[in-house]
Structures are given as C-alpha cells and as structure tokens.
Design a protein around this ligand. Structure first.
Ligand code: TNX
Length: 529
C-alpha cells in the first residue's frame, strides 16, 4: 500500500481531496516541484438510482490495494463476488480472488443474511469504513445491487478494460437501499431490426448497472419472427429473413440455444427475461411459413415497412390455437421467469367480441403451461385472471376497470418510450408521442399517473425501445441513454428521495463511466455534463 488512507478527506464540492503528485517529498523552498496533475483518491457519491438512505461517515476512505481480499459469506454470495472482481480487476490490475471469510481488515465482504428481512427481496446495506467494506443482503440479488452501488462509488476509471495506475478510493459511508417497485424493466424490440446475442448482452449490462431487473424481449412482429420454435420450424426459417428496410443480409433469429444463453446471462445479473410473442396482430412474419393461420389461407410476403394494425392471425380457427399452444409451450419451457407477454396491441381488424375472446383463450393457454400472462393495455377489454399484468402505453386513464388481482405495468409513451425523439433535431427515433427529453422521462410519479390506479395496483415501470429506426446497439444506446437510467430511478427510488435538480447532477457524473465503457449517449442540454 503506497497511500496512507488517513491523508485524504472529502471536499465539499464532490471531488475529493487531491493527491499531490509530490506527496511524501518536501521540495526545497527555493525550487518548487514542477506541478504534476493531481489525482482524486475518491469522489463524493453521485449515485443513480438514488439510494433510500445514505450517510457519509466522515472517516478516511477505504482504498483498494494489491492485497485487498474479497470475501463471499454464503454459497450464493460467491458468484456475485466473482462478477464484481471480474469488473474491477482489469482497471486495478490487482488479483482480488474471492474466497471465504478469513480476515477482518482490508476486505470487501459480500454477506448473505437470511434474517435481514428488513432489507426485502432485493435490498442491501453497504457499509464502507477505512479498513473494510461490507455488503449485506437477504438475497444474492440484493448483494448484486449493492455491488453495482460499490462500482459507482469508485472513480469512473474503474470501468476501464486496461490497467490504470491511480488510487481506488471509496468514501466512508453507510447506505441502506430498498427498491420501490418489484418490476423495473426495459423492452428491446429485436423484431423490427434484429440484434445479435452479444448486442443484447451489452444492453443487459446497462440494465444491470442501473438495478433494472426485467428484460422484455419483443421477439415477433410483422417484420420478423426471431425465436426458433422446434415444433414449428418455418416460423423462424421463413419469418426471420428480413427486417425494416430489408437490408441484404439483415434479419436473423435466436436459436433456442442463443435464447438460453441470454436467459442465463441475464439471470447471473438478476434480470428476468420476459419473452413477447405479439398476437393476434403484428403477426405477418408467422403467416409466411404457416399460411393456414391466415383467414385468406394465402401466404403473405415478408414485410419491411413500419405500418401497424393491419395483420392478424385468424382468430376463429382451430389451427391458430394449435400453433399458439406449441409456441407458448416451448417458450414456457425455455423461460424460467413466471411471465409470458402475448402482445395484444393495435388490433384493427377484429370486432371487440373477437378480440376479447381471443385474449381470454390465449390467457388460458398461458395458464395451462404454468405461466402468467402480460399484455399491452388493450387486453383490459377482456376478462383477465388474477395475476395477469396489463402494460400501459398510450392511455391517460383506464377505459375498463381492472379485475381483481390484475395489475398495471406503466410504460406511458410520453415518459417511458425511449424510442421517441428527444427534440426536433434528433435524427433517430419516432415522434408519434411527442418529444421526450430526459426530464420528461424522469419527472413523474407512477402512483399518481393514472387517477384510478394507486401504487398497490402497479407492478412497476418499463422503458420500451422500438427499433424501426435503430439498426444496431450503438443507435439503441443513443436513444436509451440517458433516459433509461431516468426510468430506472423512477422504478427504484422512493418518490420523496428524488428531485430533478439533484438527479441531473448525479446523471452528469455517469457520463465518464459510459465513455469508459464505450456506451453511446445523447448529450441532452438539460443535463450539466
Ligand atoms: C406502438 S407500443 C407500438 C409498436 C411500435 C411503437 C413505435 C405498442 C404496444 N405498439 O408496434 O413499434 O408504437 O413507437
């Protein structure tokens, strides 16, 4: 250890005490040492999402060193400690091999405590003192969220993939942090444009940084069917060959192995995958290989435009339900989470009676395969079972009262649609919901958004990104960042702990991390970068 921990104090402005390069030497008074750039040992916390409570201790920071030990207390704590070590090993260049608890000082301990029911399913407590760091949680998910906080307490260069010679200080403090909503999601549309497994993993990494815990994958739409269904091979074979604008070589689909790989990668980061197969509309791609599901019995061609509402599966015919049963069965088998999303949006070709009876039949199929159904807000027109979730996207009020046990997931387009343009100059994105700048995404309260739906009926919040204009993950990031972290905080932080004026400053501090990670972002003029 080259640094004395006690020689640094946190400054009032946020950037901590600077380490003078000449530290330890006393230059002769007549010949001042040349001014070398100073390096902050640690920074005052600027966290996103804002934790429930944070108290700085006023002590010296904890400084990670060559000999710092990582300790996993409890079998399920080890994978979390390993992921954290893997994240900070490249930048520090330190070994940081996780082991079981052994030492009392110079250690970072991940501790599972079943009796800490006060921390809830996903909460954690983080205590940083000059000689140790402790994360305590009741679940591995809580430890993981605590590790994300610890990451943000380190200097931004911690995100580097190459070794950086600088002190790695963490301010002394105590954080207690429990999420507001259990469902904090992001939806990625891989149907309008296809994204590779690696691109989706990059998106998962961003969700994890901001403590989001649901990845909703929009796997099928008019322009493409993106998941292998073994009992119905033509869905992917014929339905995946193109995408919006139909670039040569565009399109593609996930094999079941790819999907399983994504589910596992997300699971390791405590993110549940919710797959969506949109029906009865948005169904053109499926009909290419299975024309008997169209009322016309004629196979349509691949579609590369961006209109909505025109396609449908034939809802009054048995073969349709046989195929839906096969798809639901395989998706249920592949998906450990309890929810399957069945779409249900923007149907313009059916009578209200046909639509409601279709939704109810699909809901029964989902239940028969042991899952609960999620659908877009239109499904509230049908009789929904307790446990079903309706995802709000365009309504400002409910047209149908919610049945018993039915809850809403909030993705109001004017707030949470991160595929909308920021302002008139934004090249990417759509604009049907109006311009959505960062403050629009941030400044709202889910509990009061709908007059007739209070907090107890709200499952959580989700930020969908539709990809009509987005060809690759760099373009997705440009629209997602910084609105995704804004929605993440809306979902995680108690309403009384967060304000826009404070958020914009904390958000600005994230940019150095995004640059280190190579994450693209929009430099909104609302944020003091
Ligand atoms: C509406 S939101 C849709 C999608 C489009 C999106 C574009 C919803 C349930 N349906 O089909 O991609 O707008 O913003």
């Amino acid at each position: 250890m080259t640094l004395s921990r006690n020689s640094f104090r946190q400054s009032g402005t946020g950037v901590a005490l600077l380490l003078a390069a000449a530290c330890g030497r006393t230059p002769a008074p007549s010949v001042p040492a040349p001014a070398k750039p100073a390096v902050p040992v640690f920074y005052a916390p600027r966290l996103v999402p804002q934790p429930t409570s944070l108290a700085t201790a006023g002590d010296a920071p904890f400084v990670i060193s060559e000999t710092t030990v990582l300790e996993a207390d409890g079998a399920d704590a080890m994978p979390v400690a390993r992921l954290f070590a893997a994240r900070i090993r490249p930048a520090t260049g330190y070994p940081l091999v996780p082991g079981t608890p052994a030492v009392a000082t110079n250690s970072i301990r991940f501790q599972l405590r079943a009796d800490r029911t006060d921390l809830g399913e996903e909460g954690y407590e983080l205590v940083v003192r000059p000689d140790s760091v402790r994360i305590v949680a009741r679940s591995a998910a809580g430890l993981f969220h605590g590790a994300q906080t610890l990451r943000q307490l380190l200097p931004p260069e911690i995100e580097s993939d190459i070794r950086i010679g600088r002190p790695w200080g963490i301010p002394s403090l105590t954080i207690r942090d429990i999420p507001r909503f259990a469902w904090r999601g992001a939806m990625l549309d891989v149907a309008r444009h296809f994204f590779t497994v690696n691109e989706v993993k990059q998106y998962i990494d961003i969700l994890a940084m901001y403590k989001m815990n649901v990845l909703h994958l929009h796997l099928a739409d008019d322009q493409g069917w993106r998941i292998e269904i073994r009992s119905r091979p033509l869905l992917a074979e014929k339905g995946s060959v193109t995408e919006v604008a139909g670039r040569p070589g565009g399109g593609g689909y996930f094999t079941q192995q790819d999907y399983a790989d994504l589910v596992r990668y997300a699971q390791e980061r405590f993110i549940t995958v919710v797959p969506e197969i949109d029906m009865p509309g948005h169904f053109n791609a499926a009909l290419i290989g299975y024309p008997e599901l169209a009322c016309s019995r004629r196979a349509p061609g691949p579609y590369t435009g961006i209109d909505v509402g025109w396609s449908t599966v034939c809802v009054d015919s048995a073969p349709s339900y046989a195929l839906i049963d096969d798809v639901v069965r395989e998706m249920a088998e592949l998906t450990p989470g309890q929810y399957l999303h069945m779409g249900g949006d923007e149907v313009e070709t059916l009578t209200p009676e046909q639509y409601a009876s279709f939704v109810q039949r699909v809901q029964e199929i989902v239940a028969r395969h042991g899952k609960k159904m999620v659908g877009w807000e239109e499904i509230t027109a049908a009789q929904l079972q307790p446990g079903t979730i309706a995802q709000l996207w365009r309504a400002d009020s409910l047209r149908h009262p919610l049945g018993p046990g039915v809850r809403m997931l909030l993705s109001p387009a004017k707030k949470a649609y991160i595929d909308q343009k920021y302002d008139p100059t934004t090249e990417l994105g759509l604009r049907w919901a109006g311009y959505v700048d960062v403050r629009d995404s941030y400044d709202w309260d889910p509990a009061t958004y709908l007059h007739d739906v209070g907090e107890d009926r709200i499952a959580g919040v989700e930020a969908p990104i539709w990809t009509e204009t987005l060809r690759n993950i760099t373009a997705v990031e440009y629209l997602a960042i910084p609105r995704l972290p804004a929605i993440a905080e809306v979902g995680w932080s108690a309403q009384g702990t967060r304000t826009w004026d404070d958020f914009r400053v904390r958000l600005a501090a994230q940019a150095a991390r995004w640059r280190m990670l190579g994450i693209n972002y929009y430099r909104s003029s609302q944020v003091p970068w």
